[in-house]
Design a protein around this ligand. Structure first.
Ligand SMILES: [Fe+2]
Length: 361
């Protein structure tokens, strides 16, 4: 069994305990973020600390969802490589962008070469401050980018963040749609990690706890978005789920969902979670029963959150998506022997049988 997690994690609602860590990281900080960090005040708070510590910083606040390689190249062109610390402040996209930029700062390689782990063995320091509860990127060695319109993750121990600061209060301003889609990303991580053929007793421990917390609290949070205690619970679940996929990686639901996100604009967490009932049912394992014991019927759980995704799709697209899934690394770690026709069947199940597909937009 292997469990390696070099990230220092602070789960709290003020920076006081982590300020020394920020001080130690370096002197020059490049902050990668989006617009929401101004709304939830996380950017203000971070800048206050950096100013107090007399650190030099620049801010890139135009991070796009599903970070495209062109944006990563633009950041390097605009801000150069002379940074001690790259900060990922926001959801998965700023954090995954920060990880890519951190490697490029220390290596003369292209974005495509990030996918060849032999080409590099260093990165600038990485500080992650998530402001959504779902991605888990703050504690993983993964970064998912979009290369030529295909969503694809790279993996390397050097992109484990050095420090992760989780402050549940930053998630209080998330709307219902984002709250649900990001929490379902966390649920997908936990369920996929639990079912994965790479699961071990460390990952099971974190994955089961995450499933339990989400099943007990997500519906209540949706009805009471300003409830701090519930926000805190879901953020903890997201952290646990992130730790579990750091051990196992994700499985087929993630691979199936990627095309729905890049080609149809369906949010990552939703695009992934809609395949969970199928994946659980076809895992043929006692683990499936364990999940149902905690969550109840997985399809009913999604329906209780009013999940209904809409997009137009044709046969040719399903064939292309299925081929992409078949070529992905997720297939061999997923129980259930997925071949091309079973992968196609999974898409058909979503469209025709699940009740989660709402037809053309
Ligand atoms: Fe995910």
């Amino acid at each position: 069994m292997k469990f390696y997690l070099p990230t220092k994690i602070f789960f709290e609602d003020n920076y006081i305990q982590s300020i020394d860590e920020i001080k130690r990281l370096g002197d020059k900080f490049l902050i990668i973020t989006g617009k929401s960090s101004k709304i939830n005040k996380s950017l203000d708070e971070l800048l206050k600390i950096l100013n107090k510590l007399n650190k030099k910083y620049e801010i890139f606040d135009e991070t796009l969802e599903n970070p495209p390689k062109e944006m990563i190249n633009n950041i390097i062109e605009r801000y150069g490589k002379n940074w001690d610390v790259i900060v990922g402040l926001g959801g998965g996209s700023p954090m995954d962008t920060a990880k890519a930029v951190a490697v490029l700062c220390k290596n003369n390689i292209s974005v495509e070469e990030l996918y060849d782990s032999n080409k590099y063995n260093s990165a600038a320091k990485i500080l992650c401050i998530p402001t959504t509860s779902g991605t888990g990127s703050e504690v993983t060695q993964y970064s998912v980018l979009t290369i030529n319109n295909v969503k694809k993750g790279f993996k390397h121990d050097v992109i484990f963040p050095d420090v992760a600061i989780l402050e549940p209060k930053y998630t209080l301003t998330l709307n219902k749609e984002l709250t649900v889609s990001t929490a379902l990303d966390a649920l997908s991580h936990a369920i996929e990690a639990f079912l994965s053929l790479r699961a071990n007793s460390f990952s099971d421990l974190y994955a089961l706890k995450a499933i339990e917390i989400i099943s007990l609290n997500l519906n209540n949070l949706v009805k009471d978005l300003g409830n701090y205690e519930l926000r805190k619970k879901i953020m903890l679940a997201s952290l646990y789920a992130g730790i579990s996929i750091g051990i196992t990686g994700t499985t087929i639901a993630h691979s199936l969902g990627y095309s729905l996100t890049t080609e149809k604009g369906i949010k990552h967490g939703l695009a992934t979670a809609v395949f969970l009932p199928f994946e659980i049912e076809h895992s043929n394992s006692s683990k499936a029963n364990k999940i149902k014991e905690i969550l109840g019927d997985p399809l009913e759980f999604l329906k209780s959150l009013n999940i209904l995704i809409k997009f137009s799709v044709n046969e040719r697209e399903i064939e292309a998506w299925s081929q992409r899934v078949l070529n992905s690394s997720h297939v061999k770690v997923t129980p259930g022997n997925y071949d091309f026709s079973k992968i196609k069947e999974t898409y058909k199940w979503l469209l025709e049988k699940s009740g989660l597909y709402g037809g053309n937009k």
